[in-house]
Ligand binder design. Structure first.
Ligand SMILES: N[C@@H](CCC(=O)N[C@@H](CS)C(=O)NCC(=O)O)C(=O)O
Length: 289
């Protein structure tokens, strides 16, 4: 039996990203379903998945328990899979990681409210309020102390639940071009460049409808990350590979990159790879081969 996770739109649902990373960053098997946030059927979809739940992420455990909060999900996974490294082994680092998770879960409200996560775009000339600047100063303190105390590269040494929780905050630092200390900026950029974040964002661009809910009265600028390898969907093969790098099934959909053609077993596999080919280790392997 596998855990089941219900999330919402990947471009904008920051809590969903935390829940998803709590599984995927630690290689914990999970079956994922998506409900559309801000659509009429959302509440009913959540209720059908887990009676009594109101928000995402929400998890159904193999034993039938419902976990309807990211903090509970993270804690449950850390307890159930102690070998997966959600929390550091060292007791001090472990306590720090939980403290960071809790700080994130209950804090940085001004920043989170003023700068909604939107992985589709960067924003130009955002003017942070005093309350947002205070949150950013606190972030500098909290991130800086953790990275210095545990030696980096992540908050508590190796990637932990604390980093999964702060990932959506890191995206705001770069998309809103927020003023933070050098160490915080480097940490935020490392978060956005992380392979799983790139996968999440590629799926967001393929799956999510263009929503206006989080539009800002600001000019847009390109999403601030290094340009991915340029690729495009093409109508037909032949492709270098006979089976899909995602599923191993025969190829039916095609992508061209640098004069070479690769195949996939469906449009979703192909399109998420077109967005950012090098985010996907299985594709990287056949590309390098
Ligand atoms: N404290 C919750 C917050 C979850 C949350 O607010 N999720 C948002 C999506 S990002 C949601 O489901 N909103 C729907 C609603 O509030 O009706 C957690 O940690 O999981």
């Amino acid at each position: 039996m596998t855990h089941e996770l219900l999330i919402a739109d990947k471009s904008t649902s920051s809590w969903s990203l935390r829940g998803w990373l709590a599984f995927r960053a630690f290689d914990i098997p999970v079956r994922v379903q998506t409900a559309r946030l801000y659509h009429d059927g959302f509440a009913a979809e959540v209720e059908a998945f887990a009676p009594g739940a109101r928000t995402v992420p929400v998890v159904r455990t193999p034993s039938g328990a419902v976990l309807s909060d990211s903090l509970a999900i993270g804690w449950h996974l850390a307890e159930t899979f102690p070998e997966k490294g959600l929390l550091p082994e060292d007791p001090v680092a472990r306590a720090d990681a939980m403290s960071l998770v809790a700080k994130m879960h209950s804090g940085f409200t001004a920043l989170r409210t003023a700068c909604p996560m939107n992985l589709r775009t960067g924003w130009a000339e955002f003017e942070p309020s005093d309350a947002v600047l205070a949150d950013l100063a606190r972030l500098d303190l909290v991130w800086g102390r953790a990275i210095e105390a545990h030696g980096g590269p992540w908050l508590c040494g190796a990637y932990s639940l604390a980093d999964a929780f702060f990932a959506p905050v890191a995206t705001r630092i770069v998309t809103y071009d927020l003023p933070v200390a050098g160490l915080s900026l480097a940490y935020a950029k490392a978060q956005v460049a992380d392979g799983l974040m790139r996968q999440w964002r590629a799926m967001a661009l393929v799956e999510d409808p263009e929503e206006t809910v989080y539009d800002m009265a600001l000019d847009r600028r390109p999403f601030p990350a290094p340009a991915p390898l340029a690729a495009r969907a093409v109508e037909s093969g032949p492709s270098e590979n006979a089976t899909c790098p995602c599923s191993g099934a025969p190829v039916t959909h095609f992508m061209a990159v640098k004069g070479r053609v690769f195949g996939f077993c469906n449009a979703h596999c192909r399109d998420k790879t077109v967005i950012d080919p090098e985010a996907w280790p299985e594709f990287r392997a056949i590309y390098a081969g």
